[in-house]
Design a protein around this ligand. Sequence first.
Ligand SMILES: Nc1nc2c(ncn2[C@@H]2O[C@H](COP(=O)(O)OP(=O)(O)OP(=O)(O)O)[C@@H](O)[C@H]2O)c(=O)[nH]1
Ligand SMILES: [Mg+2]
Length: 278
Amino acid sequence: MGLFGKIISKITRTPNASSADWDELEAALLQSDIGPELSSKVIKSARSVKTESALEAITITLSSSLSDKSREIERAESGPSAILVVGINGTGKTTSTAKLAKLLTNYDEKVLLAAADTFRAAAVDQLRTWGERLDIDVVHGKESADPASVAFDAAQQGLGLGVDFLIVDTAGRMHTKADLMDQLGKVRRVVEKVMPVTEVLLVVDATTGQNGLIQAKVFAEAVSLTGIILTKTDGSAKGGIALAIESTLGVPVKWIGTGEGASDFAAFNPEAYIKALI
Ligand SMILES: Nc1nc2c(ncn2[C@@H]2O[C@H](COP(=O)(O)OP(=O)(O)OP(=O)(O)O)[C@@H](O)[C@H]2O)c(=O)[nH]1
Ligand SMILES: [Mg+2]
């Protein structure tokens, strides 16, 4: 049974659910990280119908809060497309970059990776190790090079090589640091001189709960996000953050990370997700 399953089935079996029952449901909703706004919307819709229909009302409210944007990968009509992978520190950007590259190569797409996290030498090595493991080329620059210049070089090389996708791994940055957020805009602009940036993916760690929504809001303002990769869904996270982000910002969750391995990655399935929640 999902997170709210127990309390929902109690309510649907009781003709006159008590206010304590509704409070219990609201607490369960809040604990799932879907956020206070959506929680009260769900309670309102469930209370507006007969209790035996509460489950249906909740399912409808949750489903209609999902983004209606496509969850498919966006690509250029012809020629290569660039994907920027962004987010705060340690959310799983580099790992997700590798996982996405693997997924695309499984579909016979030609992929090139750019190590635009130039803050730490270890970051470049991490992506290069993935590249070797997956047999995918990685473009990198000198230590502490300008990330935009590495991304630009990679885009030019990608164009020359005739790749389908260039995936740019960027450094973790605090969403509160304006200069670092501006740097992302610059990375985007220089890549766009060479090829269209069709995806800007924000990597959100599911275990950070409601903070993920704040991150998404700030990143969405700085660089227009096209999708979310929700990582560490194999951990203790309740996962409601996916709904909180989708209902607030309309940015779709496109993939989820389910572990540390290259194949621990899946397309986000909204129906299965709602079912698991309730
Ligand atoms: N369990 C689990 N671990 C993950 C997942 N995705 C990433 N990780 C782990 O999270 C840690 C951080 O991953 P990175 O890919 O280095 O994160 P990052 O965002 O690139 O980090 P910085 O570049 O330092 O900002 C690593 O130990 C990964 O193995 C996931 O879906 N599930
Ligand atoms: Mg990284």
